[in-house]
Write a protein that binds this ligand. Sequence first.
Ligand SMILES: C[S@@+](CC[C@H](N)C(=O)[O-])C[C@H]1O[C@@H](n2cnc3c(N)ncnc32)[C@H](O)[C@@H]1O
Length: 241
Amino acid sequence: MQNLDYDKMASTYARHRTANQLVLSELRRKWKSSPESKILEVGCGTGLYLKALTETIGCKGWGIDPSQGMLRYAVDSEDIHFFEGVAEELPFEASFFDLAFSVNVIHYIKNTQDYFREALRVLKPYGLICTATDSEKIIRNRKPLAQYWPGTVEADLGRYPKIELLRRQMTEAGFVDIEEHETYRIFEVADAAPYRDKAFSCLHLISEEEFLAGLQRLEIDLKTGPVHGMSEFVFLWGHRP
Ligand SMILES: C[S@@+](CC[C@H](N)C(=O)[O-])C[C@H]1O[C@@H](n2cnc3c(N)ncnc32)[C@H](O)[C@@H]1O
């Protein structure tokens, strides 16, 4: 698999990506938060989810990410602290967090089994873990990505771990009550700019020829009528006994 350099992609990511409401709603649905809660975002990137959550809940947040470029956009505050680090070796003491979550990160973690062991260690008893990712079905049905750039489907099927594997590894690590929940939202694609700027990592994994052909088709379709997109996630939950 081609190595994606998030230090280089950071400014594009910061310009085009916002916290997805599906993720924020799902975390609020399943996790009973309080201002005393301590939360960890693994692979926090520019910190947009941690910022949105700590602001609405008033709790304390910690974020880790290996990319200094992404972390440049993640600004510490009284309530949020960002660290350089990887999921497989969390730089935190045991039994510290109420919730550990990751969004669009699990496919970058080289050893997901080590990550789940580490997450179990840093969670308090009954603490929750949530992994927001894409299943095979979601990858195949992505709109507009799979429609305009079908090569992204095979590229991403090759790098996203299967949900069954993640569930098995969570169980082996010691998590219990493992649950999956899927949500989606239809939206109108307003602008080709995030696609033109490759703010979606899978667009870096196809040939330039396919990328330009898909972009041209999208730009033509946007001129003649609405183009609908679909945002979809599978959330994999578990808790420490
Ligand atoms: C698609 S971005 C998602 C960023 C953020 N979660 C968001 O949704 O805005 C993937 C992030 O995973 C980070 N990452 C890559 N390998 C990682 C690892 N082993 N542990 C933790 N994060 C990692 C990258 O640096 C990048 O910031």
